[in-house]
Design a binder for this molecule. Structure first.
Ligand code: PLP
Length: 386
């Protein structure tokens, strides 16, 4: 057995030989087709994503960020509107809202799931609220149905930021199929990644599908005749072909991520370092992620370190060759670019505490059991020194 000295947070070069062959075939297929914009690869992927997510329509777009931008524009969001989103999320959620000219209205998150809920959102609805944008953080769904109940009666649209949650479910419904629009990313670190940038929009509504398709190609209908202004949000057929090669493996990859998460849990528990409360973590303890329903897809395996130790633990893990990342160190309401929203430290205490305590450990599907054992040994050893 080789001695492990290094465990990457994510290693995208660990690709099985047969998938490598299929990716080369996909490249060859597009290269010789002469179709480098739109066409059958994009349409083929759209049909497969609709089927996989359980949404009626899918629209391939240039990134997860552009999926959000395209759907906000399709809903006519702009100056004078408010869009509610969690403060604890990836920047694109709030950045796209800002770029439409609308005001991002931030809400706090649940301490256990890190997701925002209908209760958080209800208090922030005004007569300017045009869209609510919940995020399925780390790969676990929030209860979109409860948010839809709030939104529907007030004529507010809901966009699921499902960039981290492809294949996750809530009460048997797929992420991205529960609201007006779902937005997914094929960024390489997502569970279904392409070899560059890509994304997809999903919807069950024919009219909303048509609007997103219109926005994807500058808003011209017919071509060169514009009633509305759109953008270039097209997905490259080359990236579509790569995603098509990988999609059939996604369920097995997801199972592997779940098995990795389960092994972490078992080993940390056996070592006796797990905090009783996932959110109240003593300096010698680790807080484990909580699975609310069974369908967490573990885009990230996010643990907590208390007593102000997170950054020291992370640095020490780095010394010992273990990759980790902080998702995310600064909540949106504390970002300089959103200073005009008028927030200060303390406004969203749950998000601020999470930003100070959470750490993502390696969980990707190509991870080996021996590597997980190494990570756990190192964490346990570091925690002992407190
Ligand atoms: C990755 C991500 C996005 C953006 O996707 P890109 O493809 O990188 O543009 C948006 N929201 C969330 C929550 C994400 O994790």
């Amino acid at each position: 057995m080789t001695q492990i000295t290094k465990v990457p947070l994510l290693d995208l070069t660990r690709v099985e030989d047969d998938l490598m062959g299929e990716l080369r075939d996909a490249f060859e297929r597009v290269l010789t087709s002469g179709r480098y914009i739109m066409g059958p690869e994009v349409e083929g992927l759209e049909a497969e994503i609709a089927e996989f997510t359980g949404a009626k329509h899918a629209i391939g777009v240039s990134s997860g960020t552009d999926a959000l931008m395209c759907t906000l524009m399709a809903l006519g969001v702009g100056q004078g509107d408010e869009v509610i989103c969690p403060t604890y999320t990836f920047f694109a959620t709030a950045g796209t809202i800002w770029r439409t000219g609308a005001k991002p209205v931030f809400v706090d998150v649940d301490p256990i799931t890190y997701n925002t809920t209908a209760e958080h959102i209800a208090a922030k609805i005004t007569d300017k609220t045009k869209v609510i944008m919940p995020v399925h953080l780390y790969g676990q769904c929030t209860d979109v149905g409860a948010i839809m109940d709030l939104a529907k009666e007030r004529g507010i649209a809901v966009i699921e930021d499902a960039a981290q949650a492809i294949g996750a479910q809530w009460n048997g419904q797929g992420a991205g199929s529960m609201a007006d629009y779902g937005c997914f990313s094929f960024f390489p670190s997502k569970n279904l990644g392409c070899l560059g940038d890509g994304g997809v929009v999903t919807t069950n509504d024919q009219e909303l599908a048509d609007k997103a398709r219109l926005m994807r190609q500058h808003g011209g209908k017919p071509k060169y005749y514009h009633k509305v202004v759109g953008g270039n949000f097209r997905l490259d057929p080359l990236q579509a072909a790569f995603v098509r090669a990988k999609l059939p493996r996604l369920p097995a990859d997801t199972e592997k991520r779940r098995a990795n998460a389960a092994l972490y849990e078992r080993l940390f528990r056996a070592a006796g370092v797990v905090s009783a409360e996932p959110t109240e973590v003593a300096p010698h303890e680790i807080g484990l992620p909580v699975r609310v329903q069974d369908s967490h897809i573990y885009n990230q395996f996010v643990v907590r370190f208390g007593g102000g130790r997170r950054d020291a633990v992370r640095a020490e893990l780095g010394e010992r060759g273990v990759g980790s990342e902080i998702y995310y160190p600064v909540p949106m309401h504390m970002q300089e670019c959103f200073a005009a929203c008028g927030h200060t430290a303390g406004d969203f205490p749950v998000a601020e505490k999470a930003a100070a305590e959470t750490l993502a450990l390696p969980v990707f599907s190509g991870l080996r059991e021996s590597e997980i054992e190494y990570v756990v040994e190192q964490v346990v050893d570091i925690l002992k020194d407190s």
